[in-house]
Design a protein around this ligand. Structure first.
Ligand SMILES: *Cc1c(COP(=O)(O)O)cnc(C)c1O
Length: 369
C-alpha cells in the first residue's frame, strides 16, 4: 500500500535526535515555556524573516490570538467583518467566529484553489477590517494584490500559513507577507510536531507583546494579569521536536517539489485536470490536488491499486451542519466554484519519504485509468 502520508517514516528519520531532546528536557525538569520554546521562537522568526514568533498551542489558537491581540490593541472590535476564502479548512472560519468577528466568504479561482482577488473589492463594506488570506494546499495566495487592496481600503492582512511553511515569493516567505500570520505544526503539516503545536509570526512589536501575554493567561509577570488571556502555550517538548525538524524543512520541501514536478509533467490522462501550479518556490506542495468529474470512481480505482488518497475537503464550509439556519444561515448560500472544487478534488500521495518507485507507480496507475 502506498500511504497518503507516512508519518511514522517521516519522524523515524529523526528518532535519535528526538530521544536526545527528550532526555535534555527531562534532565532540566523545566516543562513549560522553557529554553526549547525560546529557541524555536527565535529560529522560526529568523527562518520566516520576521521580528517576532510567538509559540502557541495549535494553528487554530494562533489565528484566534491574532484577532484577540488586535481587539486588545483597539484595531478590531466585535462584529467587524473578515474577508476569507470560501474554500478553506474549517479552522480558518471557526477562528474568526471564535473571536466574535464575522466571516465574509469569497470564492476561489478554480485553477489555483486560492481566493479570487478580483472578487474581494465588492465584498468590502464599512465593517470590513481584515483580509484573511489562506495559502491553501501550500501555495501562496496572491499577496501582492491582496496587500494593495488592503492598503487602499485601510484593512489588516492576516495569513493562514498552516499549509505553507517555507513557501517563498520574491525573497519573502509565508509568515512575512502580511501584518501577522498563523502557523500550525499539526503532525501532518510540512513542519509537523509530534502532537499539537502552532505559532504566530509578525513584525508588529505591539501585537507581539500582547500575544505573548494573551497566550499565557494575559500575564507578562506571573500572577499579574493585564489582559483576559487564555492558556495556549507552545509545549516545551513539541518545541524541542520542532527544533530538530526545522533545519530539514527546506530539503523536505524540495523533495515534495521534485515529486510535484514529475506529477505535473508525467501524468497524462484526459479525465484528470492537473492544477495550474508554478514551480518558482511559491508552492511547498503540502498537498498535490488534482480534479476529476468522476472523483469517487477514481479514488476507488486507486484504492484497488493500493494507492491511498484523501479528499481535501469533502464538504465546503458553507454547507456544514454547524452553519445551519439556527446559526449562520449559510447552508442555502451558493458558491459554485467552491462546490465544484469540493466535488472534484483528490489529493495524491506526496511526502518527503516517498520513493522514486512509488512515484513511478502512482503515475503509471493514473495514466492507465
Ligand atoms: C491545519 C490547519 C489549521 C488549524 O491548525 P490546527 O493546528 O489543527 O489547529 C488552520 N488552517 C488551515 C488552512 C489548516 O490547514
Amino acid at each position: 500500500m502506498i500511504k497518503f502520508l507516512d508519518l511514522q517514516k517521516i519522524n523515524q528519520q529523526y528518532q535519535e535526535q528526538f530521544q536526545q531532546k527528550m532526555e535534555l528536557v527531562l534532565d532540566k525538569g523545566w516543562f513549560i515555556l522553557g529554553d526549547e520554546v525560546k529557541i524555536f521562537e527565535s529560529i522560526f522568526a529568523d527562518y520566516c524573516g520576521v521580528k517576532h514568533c510567538i509559540g502557541v498551542g495549535n494553528g487554530f489558537d494562533a489565528l484566534v490570538l491574532i484577532f484577540k491581540g488586535y481587539i486588545q490593541l483597539g484595531k478590531l472590535k466585535k462584529g467587524d467583518e473578515v474577508i476569507v476564502p470560501s474554500n478553506t479548512y474549517i479552522a480558518t472560519i471557526l477562528a474568526i467566529l471564535q473571536a466574535d468577528l464575522i466571516p465574509v466568504l469569497v470564492e476561489p479561482k478554480l485553477d489555483t484553489y486560492n481566493i479570487n482577488t478580483d472578487l474581494i473589492q465588492h465584498k468590502i463594506t464599512a465593517k470590513t477590517k481584515v483580509i484573511l488570506a489562506v495559502h491553501l494546499y501550500g501555495q501562496l495566495a496572491e499577496m501582492e494584490t491582496i496587500n494593495v487592496i488592503a492598503k487602499q481600503n485601510n484593512l489588516l492582512v492576516i495569513e493562514d500559513a498552516a499549509q505553507s511553511h517555507g513557501a517563498i515569493s520574491k525573497l519573502k516567505k509565508a509568515g512575512n507577507l502580511s501584518d501577522a500570520a498563523a502557523f500550525s505544526f499539526y503532525p501532518g503539516k510540512n513542519l509537523g510536531a509530534l502532537g499539537d503545536a502552532g505559532a504566530i509570526t509578525t513584525n508588529d512589536d505591539a501585537l507581539a507583546k500582547v500575544i505573548f501575554a494573551l497566550r499565557n493567561y494575559g500575564s507578562e509577570q506571573k500572577y499579574h494579569n493585564e489582559f483576559i488571556g487564555v492558556n495556549s502555550r507552545l509545549d516545551e517538548l513539541q518545541a524541542a521536536f520542532l527544533n530538530v525538524k526545522l533545519p530539514h524543512l527546506d530539503s523536505e520541501n524540495e523533495i515534495r517539489k521534485t515529486i510535484a514536478k514529475r506529477y505535473l509533467s508525467e501524468i497524462k490522462n484526459d479525465k484528470i485536470v492537473l492544477p495550474a501550479y508554478d514551480l518558482s518556490g511559491n508552492h511547498v506542495f503540502h498537498l498535490f490536488v488534482i480534479r476529476t468529474s468522476e472523483r469517487d470512481v477514481l479514488q476507488a480505482y486507486l484504492k484497488q491499486n493500493n494507492i491511498e488518497t484523501i479528499i481535501h475537503y469533502p464538504i465546503p464550509p458553507h454547507q456544514q451542519k454547524a452553519f445551519a439556519p439556527e446559526t449562520l444561515r449559510w447552508n442555502s448560500l451558493s458558491f459554485p466554484i467552491t462546490e465544484k472544487i469540493h466535488q472534484e478534488v483528490l489529493s495524491l500521495p506526496i511526502s518527503p519519504v516517498m520513493t522514486k518507485d512509488e512515484v513511478d507507480y502512482v503515475i503509471k496507475i493514473l495514466n492507465q485509468y
